[in-house]
Design a binder for this molecule. Structure first.
Ligand SMILES: Nc1ncnc2c1ncn2[C@@H]1O[C@H](COP(=O)(O)OP(=O)(O)O)[C@@H](O)[C@H]1O
Ligand SMILES: CC(C)(COP(=O)(O)O)[C@@H](O)C(=O)NCCC(=O)O
Ligand SMILES: [K+]
Length: 257
């Protein structure tokens, strides 16, 4: 049984893959200080609660936070007796290598999203991932990651306003009733919500124009649904895209081993 771990700058998601389906998915906040023992207690408690009675014999990790990888490696080694595949490391092969400037360390989450989206949709795609940052990944017709865009995340944008301006409160994102806000919170929500709709639409349109091609736009990350319910920005929304990509990369490495 495969344990797939997707560690973002805000949250870390664990999922158990039986080769066919995900038996369970669990989320915890990302904290680099968390030890292998702590992960193991947390994970086995949840497995027991949900009657997931399986033995894990393989682990794959994608982490945008380099420091957490050490303890996740220890988790795999000490408790599951295996050497984990770590996306972005030389011993983890990708189905199609990225084509970017020499020396660029592409975020592993973007390489994983590329693999997952190409497996499901074929090439010529834009993958939009709403995480701590919002990333746009351009997937070539042959499945290669060839670059993209990094924009400040939705919650990061709201937090930045709160942190920088004494009179602006902490606000959660939601779809505002109108564009013109009649109170401070509504004004902030309007700025980020409608600003983001514009950001996504403009960036996708410019990528398509620059490449002279009508590409499919695939969205992932919890917040994508909020934007899609207002405007048709995406051709598909897939919450499990990153996890799916991890299973694709794991299978690829098994096949070439
Ligand atoms: N369904 C959702 N509704 C509202 N906020 C969400 C949802 N899913 C994620 N978030 C928020 O979006 C931000 C990014 O979270 P996440 O996608 O886990 O980022 P990362 O992958 O970078 O760790 C966080 O602030 C998180 O709390
Ligand atoms: C852009 C990111 C911070 C997004 O991370 P996330 O929002 O998933 O935590 C991550 O993909 C990253 O650290 N990238 C490295 C630079 C690059 O991809 O070019
Ligand atoms: K992201």
């Amino acid at each position: 049984m495969l344990l797939a771990i997707d560690c973002g700058n805000t949250n870390t998601v664990f999922a158990i893959w039986d080769g066919d389906t995900f038996l369970a998915t669990w989320r915890t906040s990302t904290e680099w200080q968390r030890t292998a023992d702590q992960y193991y207690v947390w994970l086995t408690t949840l497995m027991r609660l949900q009657n997931v009675d399986v033995s894990i014999d393989a682990v794959i990790i994608s982490s945008t936070v380099p420091r957490v990888v050490f303890n996740l490696r220890v988790l795999a080694d000490r408790y599951f007796n295996c050497r984990p595949l770590v996306v972005g490391k030389p011993d983890c092969a990708l189905p199609v290598p990225p084509r970017v400037d020499i020396g660029t360390q592409v975020g592993p989450d973007r390489l994983v999203n590329t693999a997952g989206a190409y497996h499901r949709h074929g090439g010529n795609l834009i993958v939009v991932d709403f995480g701590t940052a919002t990333t746009f990944d351009v997937v070539e017709t042959d499945g290669a990651y060839v670059g993209g865009v990094i924009a400040p995340g939705v919650n990061l944008s709201l937090e930045a306003l709160h942190n920088a301006a004494a009179a602006l409160p902490h606000v959660d994102i939601t779809k505002p009733q109108s564009v013109v806000g009649t109170n401070t919170v509504a004004c902030m929500q309007s700025g980020v919500f409608w600003g983001y709709i514009g950001l996504v639409r403009e960036i996708c349109a410019r990528i398509k124009a620059e490449r002279g091609s009508d590409m499919s736009v695939i969205a992932t990350g919890g917040l994508a649904a909020l934007f899609q319910q207002t405007e048709t920005l995406f051709d598909a929304f897939e919450d499990d895209l990153t996890m799916h990509g991890l299973t694709v990369i794991h299978r690829h490495n098994k096949e070439i081993a």
